[in-house]
Design a protein around this ligand. Structure first.
Ligand SMILES: COc1nc(N)nc2c1ncn2[C@H]1C[C@H](O)[C@@H](COP(=O)(O)OP(=O)(O)OP(=O)(O)O)O1
Length: 177
C-alpha cells in the first residue's frame, strides 16, 4: 500500500456469478452501494467467517440459493479515493446449487445471455474483465474509481491459478498489516 492510502478503510468482498448454458444470473441492486446497477451477487466478508463462507452466505441472503461448488476465478482491487476505501473483491463462478432462485430485499435476479450483458447499466469497469470471468479464466485486476461511472485507471491481466491464490494471500495479508 502506498503512503497516500494509509488511512483507507479496507473491505474484503465477494462477488458470485451463476453460469449455465451461455447465460449468467445477475442481480439488479435495489439499495445501498452500487444501487440501480446490475452486478454479481455478494457483499462484505464478516470478520468471523472465511471468504468462502461469506460468499455462500451472501448468495443465500441475496438470492435464496446455496452454491454446491464454487470456482475462485478472479481477484479485483478497487481503490476509491473519495471514499478513502479499498475493496478487495474475490470473484467466484458456479453452475450447481440447492434452493430456488428468488428476489430479495437487496437484489432482483435475472438471466442474461453472454451476448446481451447490460454493460450500460453496470459499474463502468465491468466490461474490461467480464469476458474473462464468463470464460472462467483466472484474472487479476486493479481499478481506481469514484463510483460506478468514474474510472481513473485500470489494469487487468490473466494469471495462473497458483498466482491468483498467492495474490489473494499476499494482498489480504498486506492490506491488513
Ligand atoms: C468499486 O467498483 C466495483 N465494481 C463492481 N463491479 N462491483 C463492486 C465494486 N465495489 C464493490 N463491488 C461489489 C462487491 C460486492 O459484491 C458488492 C458489495 O456490496 P455491499 O457493499 O452492498 O455489501 P453487503 O455486505 O451486501 O452490504 P450490506 O451491508 O448492505 O448488507 O459490490
Amino acid at each position: 500500500m502506498n503512503n497516500s492510502q494509509e488511512n483507507f478503510q479496507i473491505k474484503n468482498c465477494t462477488t458470485l456469478y451463476l453460469i449455465q448454458q451461455n447465460k449468467v444470473l445477475l442481480g439488479f441492486k435495489k439499495r445501498g452501494f452500487g444501487a440501480e446497477k446490475w452486478n454479481g451477487f455478494g457483499g462484505k466478508v464478516d470478520s468471523h467467517e472465511t471468504i468462502l463462507q461469506g460468499a455462500i452466505r451472501e448468495m443465500q441472503e441475496e438470492c435464496n440459493i446455496t452454491p454446491t461448488k464454487l470456482k475462485f476465478v478472479g481477484l479485483i482491487k478497487y481503490t476509491l479515493p473519495k471514499l478513502k476505501m479499498i475493496i478487495l473483491s474475490h470473484q467466484f463462478v458456479f453452475s450447481e446449487y440447492e434452493g430456488s432462485i428468488q428476489e430479495s430485499e437487496e437484489m432482483r435476479p435475472s438471466w442474461f445471455e453472454f451476448k446481451d450483458i447490460p454493460f450500460q447499466d453496470m459499474w463502468c469497469e465491468n466490461h474490461i474483465w467480464f469476458d474473462d470471468m464468463l470464460k472462467q479464466n483466472y484474472f487479476y485486476g486493479e481499478y481506481t474509481m469514484d463510483g460506478p461511472e468514474v474510472l481513473y485507471s485500470s489494469m487487468n491481466r490473466l494469471v495462473e491459478r497458483d498466482e491468483l491464490i498467492q495474490l489473494q494471500k499476499s494482498l489480504s495479508d498486506k492490506l491488513l498489516e
